[in-house]
Design a protein around this ligand. Structure first.
Ligand SMILES: [Zn+2]
Length: 313
């Protein structure tokens, strides 16, 4: 069969089956990489400079610009300024992740009020606003956007007033839980083989990516420019290059974070309570049509730990 006959055959199949056409024309999903909570302590026998350099090198090698969501208390030092400056020089956008990483969905005496949360968001600004690539995107700590409609809508109005958009991610995940296991292993055995952590990490992010992409296509009925939540940690220092390579191999296209955030999906404000989780999770929740697929919280180490236990990670 030559190429023309093959294509004619394919067209005939497509014409009798809308499903085949849909499958055949599915556009390649796009994905941007976002990193939370840069820190300047040594972890997994990596000095912070080395850890940082490995992540920046992986991004440079793959030719993508990421977003760095800075939590002020972790970088309020000379080293911290040096770290943020290195991302800024490399062209990544520098965004707000609050100063103290407060849990906005808490209630009772240990709960955080709207005004405390607002003050803490602005307290991050002196650490990030001087950089060329500072971008007014605010990422809620723990992806928690308020446990009451008053707090949820109050913070949304506050962000708008201060020129911010919400720096949500469409793909939530638990890379932090895998990195915690890896760091513990390295502390016990500096020469430990880390392949199992790499494999688990790639499989986990791939599964979450597939899940949220499938959900997105059904909830908003169009492809979205995805953003995946990752952290500035040893796991990514070791394996980010593999992770991006995996997405490319599977037909996804890495894109710049600033380009991803131009998608109007990031202006959506799902009116759910408690508010938060991945943007796709929240939009699905709001429809009331996907209850059987939506666990709460959307992602957590409680889902990953038993699986890692079973693999002796
Ligand atoms: Zn965080």
């Amino acid at each position: 069969m030559n190429r023309r006959e093959f294509l004619q055959g394919a067209a005939a199949v497509a014409s009798v089956s809308g499903l085949a056409l849909a499958a055949g024309t599915k556009p390649e999903p796009e994905i941007a990489f976002t990193f939370d909570d840069p820190r300047t302590d040594s972890r997994a026998n990596l000095r912070w400079q080395e850890l940082n350099e490995r992540i920046l090198s992986a991004l440079a090698k793959q030719g993508v610009k990421a977003a760095l969501f800075v939590c002020g208390m972790r970088v309020d030092s000379a080293d911290g300024r040096e770290l943020i400056a290195s991302w800024d020089r490399a062209g990544h956008i520098i965004c707000n992740h609050s100063y103290s990483h407060l849990f906005f969905n808490g209630s009772g005496p240990r709960g955080v009020t709207l005004s405390e949360f607002e003050i803490d968001a602005l307290r991050d600004e002196p650490l990030i606003e001087g950089y060329a690539h500072f971008t007014r995107l605010f990422r809620y700590p723990f992806f928690k956007e308020g446990d009451t409609a008053e707090k949820r809508d109050g913070m949304r109005a506050f962000l708008k007033e201060h020129g911010y958009r919400a720096g949500r991610a469409t793909i939530d995940a638990s890379d932090w839980a895998i990195s915690a296991r890896l760091e513990k292993r390295v502390a016990a055995d500096a020469k430990a083989n880390l392949d199992g952590y790499r494999d688990y990490f790639l499989q986990h992010i791939w599964e979450r990516g597939e899940f949220y992409d499938s959900l997105a296509l059904r909830v908003v009925a169009r492809p979205v420019r995805h953003t995946v939540l990752l952290h500035h940690n040893p796991l990514n220092a070791f394996f980010l290059d593999n992770l991006i390579g995996m997405f490319v191999e599977k037909g996804w296209r890495p894109i710049d974070a600033s380009h991803a955030y131009e998608d109007s999906i990031y202006d959506r404000q799902p009116k759910i309570v408690p508010a938060g989780e991945s943007l796709i999770w929240a939009l699905a929740k709001e429809t009331g049509r996907f209850e059987s697929e939506l666990r709460y919280p959307g992602e957590d180490d409680t889902y990953e730990n038993p699986r890692m236990d079973a693999l002796k990670l």
